[in-house]
Ligand binder design. Structure first.
Ligand code: GLY
Length: 370
């Protein structure tokens, strides 16, 4: 059985590290790690209503032999519940059980569960450790690594939160086999994003192996997940707090988050990011930063993976532009965009990784794609 491990050291050069393991024995490894690292801790396991049905039994049976058993708190599934009240609830439940500084949280779920559980752990008793057990493509390849935690507000996505690194991450590619088709496919947009910002070879592999990827070939999935975690590690080790370089991970997200918010968080995050990638590539073309032929390849891959082109979006450009201005990369209320100047290469303006774009250009590209 294949096992890959990526060790993350934040900040680079520090003595503190954590491992991100990709393995079909993720549940067993999580149980063993918890018993060894936190032998006397109480275990606060947070998951959501969807994941509770397919992945929770596997994790709980892995803990069957452990002295400490997890207490499970199930939150409602979906980005619409990613707000402070849900985090307050998580904290309240475990406080009411008299959990204290001897608590370790485990986040079992996708990006929403991971972001909120990490945030709850970092607030709980002024901060306790947490472990990430990602169950979605987005959380395996991106969200569970790098320590971004937080919630959305009515002003926009992820506007409240902290950077808090997990103690370990265990990703089981076989859990992806049970995901609904859309959730799986749309999650691949974060993989496409990583390829576009820094890995031309990965982009080529995705094009070549699109069918195998959609068929959820687990051998391929293992390698794709491990490769993406390595990309994420390389970025977050250099810039944990998004002072500069880490912004590149937001490619596709200025418009993507605005589209998601415009849908009242009913649209899948990955699908919104897929369209965000396409629109932001068109912006780069309009600015004569990215050649038309690259845009064609990007559109081709996003369609091949079934991320874009399946429905008519009918976006109101005024509303989308308005929403982009409360993106967290905004400066003085002005939206900023990470753009690429080729497949696998981010555009830089001097030392900046994100630049302002005129509303007219955004309006033009928003009306170009149906
Ligand atoms: N998902 C983007 C980041 O972690 O910075």
């Amino acid at each position: 059985m294949k096992r890959s491990v990526v060790t993350v050291r934040i900040p680079a050069g520090s003595a503190v590290t954590y491992d991100v393991a990709v393995t079909t024995r993720a549940c067993e490894e999580c149980a063993a790690f918890t018993a060894k690292r936190f032998p006397d801790s109480r275990i606060a396991l947070v998951t959501d209503t969807n994941v509770a049905r397919f992945a929770l039994p596997k994790l709980l049976s892995a803990f069957a032999g452990n002295r400490q058993k997890p207490f499970v708190h199930v939150i409602p599934a979906g980005e619409r519940h990613k707000h402070l009240r849900t985090v307050e609830n998580i904290v309240d439940i475990f406080l009411s059980k008299r959990y204290g500084r001897d608590t370790v949280f485990i986040a079992l779920g996708g990006g929403v569960v991971g972001d909120m559980t990490g945030f709850a752990a970092s607030l709980f008793a002024r901060g306790v450790p947490f472990i990430q057990m990602p169950t979605s493509v987005v959380s395996m390849v991106d969200a569970s690594v790098g320590g971004k935690t937080g919630v959305d507000t009515r002003h926009g996505k992820n506007l409240i939160g902290v950077f808090a690194q997990p103690s370990a991450v265990f990703a089981d590619p076989s859990l992806l086999l049970t995901l609904p088709d859309g959730e799986y496919r749309f999650g691949l947009s974060e993989v496409v994003k990583h390829a576009l910002i820094c890995d031309k070879q990965l982009f080529g592999q995705l094009r070549k192996n699109g069918t195998r990827l959609l068929a959820r070939d687990t051998v391929l999935l293992h390698d794709v997940i491990a490769r993406n975690i390595a990309i994420k590690k390389a970025v977050v080790e250099k810039d944990e707090r998004e002072g500069g370089l880490r912004q590149i991970l937001n490619f596709g997200h200025t418009i993507g988050h605005a589209i998601e918010r415009n849908s009242n968080y009913r649209m899948n995050h990955g699908e919104a990011v897929g369209y965000g990638i396409l629109y932001e590539s068109l912006i780069a073309r309009e600015l004569e930063i990215l050649p038309e032929s690259d845009v064609g390849q990007i559109r081709g891959l996003l369609s091949q993976l079934g991320i874009v082109g399946k429905r008519k979006l009918r976006l109101d450009p005024k509303r989308i532009i308005e929403f982009t201005k409360s993106d967290k990369k905004s400066l003085l209320g002005e939206a900023r965009y990470v753009l690429i100047n080729g497949i696998g290469s981010v555009h830089r303006d001097g030392r900046r990784y994100s630049i302002p774009v005129k509303d007219d250009i955004v309006r033009k590209v928003l009306s170009e794609v149906e």
